[in-house]
Design a protein around this ligand. Structure first.
Ligand code: GLU
Length: 499
């Protein structure tokens, strides 16, 4: 059998974790089996549709680097892949069910349906949904009324005394009494648009979808879909309802737990590879002890047996850990490319684009922050001092423990003497050897010599590594910064600071 599966989002919101998890599992399943992964836009809910959500879908997946084999943008043998462009097909298939006596016209107004609902509520009735009033209208007179233009919908005529059985890959055999299925749901609306159920079943059949991997929230629609496949005389696809994704409190993951839209993760500075890796493990287990997987590795390993039945818990901290791991695995050039948009947004370069020298310094700065970054967006702030002179902090910021201002000035004077050599040292090791010798020679603790120098150069006590920073800034700039700081301390001393 050729495996064909699909991601079938409704463009009624931004792409979120649950959606991309479904897409990713479908992608991995199809690719791992040499099958085809399809994108189908289920845009039949015109009231909630928005073009910007379609754009968001494309942007999200191009950012993630996940491609479909067939879809609205790349075409395929079963075009069009946008449901709003397939309405004539749905009408044809609704008519087929009418002709077979498996569906009927319903002339009930929205108002009547609402009244029925209210009456039942007042009577504390356990019955829900449509009361099947039009089910018994003689088909010929119904046909005539519809032909004369009376507003109507087409409803599925569910065979009431039967039960429906289907198999779910994870959940096993599932049996529903038809009388418990949503009573005679609408297939075709009065505006000629199909409902989700009709369009979904018709398209999965016509597009030869062999496997439906979708979120568990759709499980209750599946008996209905199976009834429809039977009504058409079609074989249903295999179903696999994916384990739910929960927040840490055991409730369905939602905005209350934190970011859920992929846009937010992207803006926060997550890497697509980290997100893919983490999301692919939400509800699936691969090898014991191995946590890092590229998309290719996941594709090679994915099988439905890897899926878990139990709900997955979305752990934001774990996702952060993945992001850090992926940042550390990147080359300096690639990391700089990814951090650059954040640096531009933060106006790091004083102009929209960096000069070639700034660009080079930016790449050279990457090893200084790589070990410390959790998000790409943190990079500009951490290395801002390399591009703009930092403000000189108050004098007390410079003073090492157990020292006073006079001693600190003395230390920084030594710093001024040695900073050129440090900045010109070809690597960290040589810079370190040199400063150690100097500290020893002058009988100052290494830490006490480094600290005021660090504050003078970076503007803070806690900063990326000093020697690498000096190399990027160069000797002239480094000497200037130390001189500036020294001036400040001398002035503070004259003004009677901490005497
Ligand atoms: N359009 C549905 C959704 O938005 C598709 C559900 C399914 O995969 O059948 O998720």
């Amino acid at each position: 059998m050729i495996i064909r599966d699909r991601y079938a989002p409704s463009p009624t919101g931004l792409q979120h974790i649950g959606g991309i998890r479904t897409a990713l599992f479908n992608y991995l399943f199809a690719r791992s089996a040499g099958g085809k992964f399809i994108l189908r836009l289920e845009d039949t809910d015109r009231t909630r549709f928005d073009e910007s959500y379609v754009q968001n879908l494309y942007d999200t997946f191009s950012w993630l680097g996940i491609k479909w084999d067939e879809g609205p943008d790349c075409g395929g043998d079963f075009s069009p892949y946008i449901q709003s462009e397939r309405t004539s097909l749905y009408k044809k298939y609704a008519q087929e069910l009418l002709d077979k006596g498996q569906a009927y016209y319903c002339f009930c107004s929205a108002q009547r349906i609402e009244e029925v609902r209210q009456q039942r509520e007042a009577a504390h009735s356990s019955e829900t949904g449509y009361d099947r009033l039009c089910r018994n209208i003689d088909p010929q007179s119904a046909e005539k009324r519809a032909a004369e233009g009376e507003a109507c919908t087409i409803r599925l005529k569910i065979p009431l005394d039967e039960t429906t059985l289907f198999h779910d890959y994870l959940l096993g055999d599932i049996e529903w009494k038809n009388s418990d299925v949503n009573p005679d749901p609408v297939l075709l609306k009065s505006d000629g648009f199909p409902t989700y159920h009709l369009a979904n079943v018709v398209d999965d059949h016509l597009m030869e979808v062999s496997h439906v991997l979708r979120a568990q929230e759709w499980l209750s629609s599946t008996p209905l879909h199976v009834i429809m496949y039977r009504a058409f005389g079609w074989t249903p696809p295999e179903f696999c309802h994916l384990p739910m994704v929960m927040g840490s409190d055991g409730k369905k993951l939602s905005k209350r737990h934190g970011a859920t839209s992929i846009d937010e993760f992207r803006k926060q500075g997550y890497l697509p590879s980290a997100l893919i890796n983490y999301v692919a493990l939400l509800g699936a287990s691969y090898e014991e002890g191995k946590e890092i997987y590229t998309l290719d590795e996941l594709t090679q390993r994915f099988t439905l047996e890897k899926l878990n039945k139990a709900p997955a818990v979305f752990d934001y901290k774990k996702l952060e850990w993945y992001n850090g791991q992926y940042i550390r695995m990147m080359s300096d050039d690639d990391l700089a490319d990814l951090c650059l948009p954040y640096a531009k947004d933060a106006n790091l370069f004083g102009a929209k684009e960096p000069t070639p020298q700034q660009r080079k310094n930016f790449v050279d700065a990457m090893p200084l922050v790589k070990e410390r970054l959790v998000f790409l967006s943190e990079a500009p702030e951490k290395i801002a001092y390399l591009f703009n002179e930092p403000e000189i902090p108050e004098a007390e910021e410079f003073i090492p423990k157990k020292c006073d201002l006079a001693k600190t000035i003395e230390i920084l004077r030594i710093g001024k003497e040695i900073v050129r050599t440090l900045a010109e040292a070809p690597d960290d090791e040589q810079a370190e050897n040199f400063i150690k010798v100097q500290a020893e020679k002058r009988e100052i603790k290494l830490g006490d010599l480094m600290m005021p120098l660090r504050v003078a150069i970076t503007g803070t006590r806690v900063s990326p590594p000093l020697f690498g920073s000096l190399r990027i800034l160069g000797a002239e700039c480094s000497v200037e910064r130390v001189e500036r700081a020294l001036d400040r301390l001398v002035k503070a001393d004259k003004a009677g600071f901490l005497t």
